[in-house]
Design a protein around this ligand. Structure first.
Ligand SMILES: *[C@@H]1O[C@H](CO)[C@@H](O)[C@H](O)[C@H]1NC(C)=O
Ligand SMILES: *[C@@H]1O[C@H](CO)[C@@H](O)[C@H](O)[C@H]1NC(C)=O
Ligand SMILES: *[C@@H]1O[C@H](CO)[C@@H](O)[C@H](O)[C@H]1NC(C)=O
Length: 180
């Protein structure tokens, strides 16, 4: 009986160790992208954005979140370029475009910069707050055109979705993905 219990203990230990190395393997594998993205509301946008960056190959969740934030920064900069272009071409939209210019400047120069620091130290509430603030700024930009059509509708939609994805990625940071 004692012998059996002892064997049982050894078996549990082996099972536990196998589970731990499996978790480590999942954490380090490319599949982390699929697992993380499946926990966000926009799987395809999430996956294509991450796989598009070669650094995602061996990144952990914090690294993947940094890649997502970098993509938001890149896309927001392109949106700023578009806003500046529209300011020349559409003087009748000067007021809402100038509003968007200010809002996107905050997103790029403050919110994303601080969200990157938050991702680097797994500060989940702060990172989520900056993603919420970024999304709100993008929506305020979009709503400023009403009742006219927005010339930034597509870009604002994608940028807002990326804020949601990054928000959810922050939420996954201190969880064991495989168990949820
Ligand atoms: C976006 O522009 C800001 C300000 O010029 C710059 O600091 C940042 O690196 C740019 N983002 C990307 C991804 O190039
Ligand atoms: C993240 O933190 C490390 C050290 O903790 C530092 O060397 C690195 O520059 C930081 N990266 C960013 C993007 O803040
Ligand atoms: C998440 O983990 C990091 C380090 O592992 C810790 O500094 C941080 O406070 C944790 N965040 C939460 C919300 O538990």
């Amino acid at each position: 009986m004692a012998k059996m219990l002892q064997n049982c203990g050894v078996t549990s230990l082996i099972v536990a160790m196998t589970a731990i190395s499996f978790l480590a393997a999942v954490e380090n594998s490319y599949d982390l992208i699929a697992i993380a993205c499946s926990k966000t509301p926009y799987y395809q946008l999430c996956e294509s954005t991450l796989r598009n960056d070669p650094k995602s190959w061996d990144a952990n969740l914090n690294g993947l979140t940094l890649i997502m934030l970098n993509s938001l920064s890149f896309r927001s900069n392109r949106t700023l370029d578009a806003i500046n272009q529209f300011l020349k071409e559409k003087p009748e939209l000067k007021v809402p475009l100038t509003n968007c210019l200010n809002l996107y400047s905050s997103v790029v120069n403050f919110f994303i910069v601080d969200a990157i620091k938050a991702a680097n130290r797994s500060d989940i509430p702060l990172g989520q707050e900056y993603m919420y603030d970024s999304k709100k700024s993008i929506h305020d930009c979009e709503n400023g055109f009403k009742p006219n059509p927005s010339p930034l509708g597509v870009a604002n939609g994608i940028n807002s979705d990326i804020c949601d994805i990054a928000y959810n990625m922050f939420g996954l940071m201190n969880t064991t993905l495989i168990h949820s």
